[in-house]
Design a protein around this ligand. Structure first.
Ligand code: FAD
Length: 302
């Protein structure tokens, strides 16, 4: 493509970003989480989300992190919530507690059991049975902004992409207003999926979930369990770098930059980053996207 015609090379298109964090397990992780949040906050994300551990194991930690985001920052937090391991009443109480804490945005998921992705889900007796039921339950409790998941390569338990898109349509009918995709590395996969979603009459934003590859082996293992494919070219780019973290970081930045800039050239303007609670790589990619830190209010010259 002629560079004059490439939005990524031609001024700053209207890019919006959001960031995903996970709740910290200990004091050290808490410190690094908050360093990352403070570094990324000046980029003015549309929202920041905090995950809910597999099996519902992080209920208190997710709540504490989201509540602190409301109290101590100007950011708009979204709390992930799953159907796993709790009755409808218990989940409804969590939703009410979010409302009381000032949280108006929930990422509603079916969730995976405590053993993680790939293990068999069975609904809690008296619990929400599907993500669709959870979305409807949340909407019954208040005027929440509800985001759901989407799977460009289909969810591993789904029979086909069309079945998967039917599930997405049901979630939208239940009140979801935005979806975030599972991570992917082939942009064509996402763009083809987006076409099919639009053909199905689904018009909510479908934010591409971008995972900067901080550790190739870990990412590849996780991808296998979640049904995301890892192309050979990506493996080759990290080949031989197992003991060379400095070069790995540079390659990771180059790979992610290439992915997001190509998506910008394909007309995509919203990006959701799986930060893994590490800011540097995501910050650099956002800089490439044209985002600049907003000065803190007290540093603006009078
Ligand atoms: P679902 O909407 O449940 O769809 C998955 C499959 O379930 C469908 O393809 C279909 O086969 C079946 N299904 C669902 N609803 C119906 C229905 N109404 N009728 C028929 N079949 C149905 N997991 C966590 O534990 N905590 C998190 O914080 C978390 N955050 C995530 C964020 C994103 C952006 C993504 C993409 C995933 C996240 N996950 C999280 C993982 C997710 O919980 C798992 O992938 C889980 O296996 C599926 O839940 P879901 O809500 O993503 O998908």
């Amino acid at each position: 493509m002629n560079s004059a015609l490439r939005p990524s090379r031609n001024g700053h298109p209207s890019i919006r970003v959001s960031f995903e964090f996970f709740p910290p397990k200990n004091a050290e992780m808490e410190t690094s989480l908050w360093e990352s949040i403070h570094r990324l906050a000046p980029l003015d994300p549309s929202f920041v989300s905090v995950t809910y551990g597999a099996g519902g194991t992080t209920r208190e930690r997710t709540h504490a992190t989201v509540a602190r985001l409301v109290q101590e920052t100007e950011l708009k937090p979204a709390a992930h919530l799953t159907c796993v391991g709790a009755s409808r009443e218990e989940i409804d109480d969590v939703v009410r507690a979010y409302a009381q804490a000032g949280v108006r945005h929930i990422v509603a998921l079916r969730g995976d059991p405590a053993e993680g992705p790939g293990s068999t889900f069975s609904a809690h007796p008296g619990g929400y049975e599907t993500s669709t039921a959870l979305v409807a339950g949340i909407k019954r409790l208040g005027d929440f902004d509800v985001t759901v998941s989407a799977y460009p390569e289909k969810h591993p338990e789904s029979g086909s992409i069309d079945d998967d898109i039917d599930v997405l349509a049901a979630k939208v009918d239940a009140g979801a207003t935005r979806a975030i995709t599972q991570f992917f590395f082939e942009n064509e996969t996402y763009l083809r999926y987006l076409d099919r979603v639009r053909q199905r009459g689904i018009n909510i934003p479908i934010l591409p979930g971008i995972v900067p590859v901080q550790n190739f082996r870990q990412t590849a293992n996780f991808a296998k369990r979640t049904g995301a494919s890892v192309p050979r070219w990506l493996a080759e780019r990290f080949e031989g770098l197992e003991n060379d973290p400095a070069t790995r970081r540079l390659i990771a930045a180059a790979v992610a930059a290439e992915q997001v800039l190509d998506l910008v050239d394909a007309g995509i303007e919203d990006f959701h980053f799986y930060t893994m609670n590490k800011a540097d790589l995501v910050y650099a990619i956002c800089h490439l996207l044209g985002l600049r830190a907003k000065p803190a209010p007290d540093s603006i010259a009078a």
